[in-house]
Design a binder for this molecule. Sequence first.
Ligand code: GDP
Ligand code: MN
Length: 346
Amino acid sequence: SNNKYALSSGTNLLRSIPVYGQVSTKPRAALISLVRNSELEGLIQSMRQLEYQWNRKYQYPWIFFNDEPFNDEFKAATQNLTSAQCYYEVVPKEHWSLPDWIDEGRFMNSLEYLGAIGVGKGWMVSYRHMCRWNSGFFYKHPRLREFDWYWRVEPDVHFYCDIDYDVFRFMRDNRMKYGFNMNILDDARSFPSLWSRTRSFINAHPELIHPEADLDWLLDAHNNGDYNNCQFFSNFEVGDLNYFRGQANEKYFKWLDKGGGFYYERFGDAPIHTLSVAMFVPKNEIWYFRDIGYQHDINRHCPSQSSHRCSCEPTPIDENFYKLVPLESSQKKPDDTCIRQFLGGP
Ligand code: GDP
Ligand code: MN
């Protein structure tokens, strides 16, 4: 198997980056965050750490997205945390509303049902719009036309380690299309039809599946090849916007969207990005950022190498301390098995 994924080779590529001359123009890249005015405190937390650990050295712009206008307090407080440029964007209404082919009654039933059985945020209308926007619309926002790369940042996340290289240059110079640093198993009751719809997409468009794609790590060997629900935890992701804007991903998104799964079920952007990337991207263009110490809610990834100068206790890949935490069925569970399967390890 590809030794790029060998557990010990994590930083080899990182050391061979500096390439001067034409290819070394700064990538057209931005930190992007969908966030509410009311989440300013949490965003300050995330921004402060990412600026300190990384962006103060690289000065990539921040782009904030919201379904309503940002207020002055939000703008002043965020701009105050960075010397890079900040943009404040409103999501177009047509990217954040019920499509006309959705049956409202059926949608209401789903809100009620997923709420009643306790699927996380299953009862929230805004959560459905959010998942759909992150799946198929963020890369269509006019502000992102002038950019090729994004790094997604959520409020209330943590960045624990010094990051001493340009992550966007790394992505570009190594021809990566998608980068992640944690995997989870989300509540599968939120997307009962996702796998059958995906299979029917594959049957309808076999030509779109990349010859070097690897879906095996997403298949459940014990359950006749069903989806095993492994997902890149998409609140951290670094990606190639042109990949998402490309026809394979776009066709796949439209296929799912027409089926109504964002509203009749609670399709998340995490499984959708995962399946998209797994189908349409060669596996060696997907990068595991094991060096980036990160936390979202109870899910934490802390690198073990001391060289990263991290302020967290290492969470070795095969020793998951979250297993000790009692989890509600609706909580997203971190899962090392998924990472191991992705890496092709034992
Ligand atoms: P979770 O991580 O799956 O629990 O979802 P979150 O509630 O953290 O939402 C994911 C991201 O979308 C976060 O960055 C939120 O700030 C953002 N978000 C979710 N709902 C809304 C919304 O209605 N409006 C705006 N502006 N942002 C939202
Ligand atoms: Mn979140």
